[in-house]
Design a protein around this ligand. Sequence first.
Ligand code: ZN
Length: 103
Amino acid sequence: MPTKPPPLRPKPARKQSNWNRRASRQSRGYGREHERIRAELLQDEPLCRECAKVGRVTAAVIADHIVPLSQGGSGERSNYQPLCRPHSDAKTAREAAAGRTKP
Ligand SMILES: [Zn+2]
């Protein structure tokens, strides 16, 4: 006897799982103010701060929150630092790992 067709499924899953999907920029406190500070910061300090510590000269492309907003960091410019993409990604990964192991 024929089996019933499977129930209709929602759209196929995306290529990547959503485990590391981040909230929208707005809900993370980003917005016009962030863009303004980012532009100022990268203009005033166009090199990655972490690279500079080890004597490398790398263009910064990210205005990073030194203390993440999710950990109570402020949106003030004093809480921003210019980072290159690899340093920003590494910091983000460290923060995500720290967040997962928090009690
Ligand atoms: Zn760097």
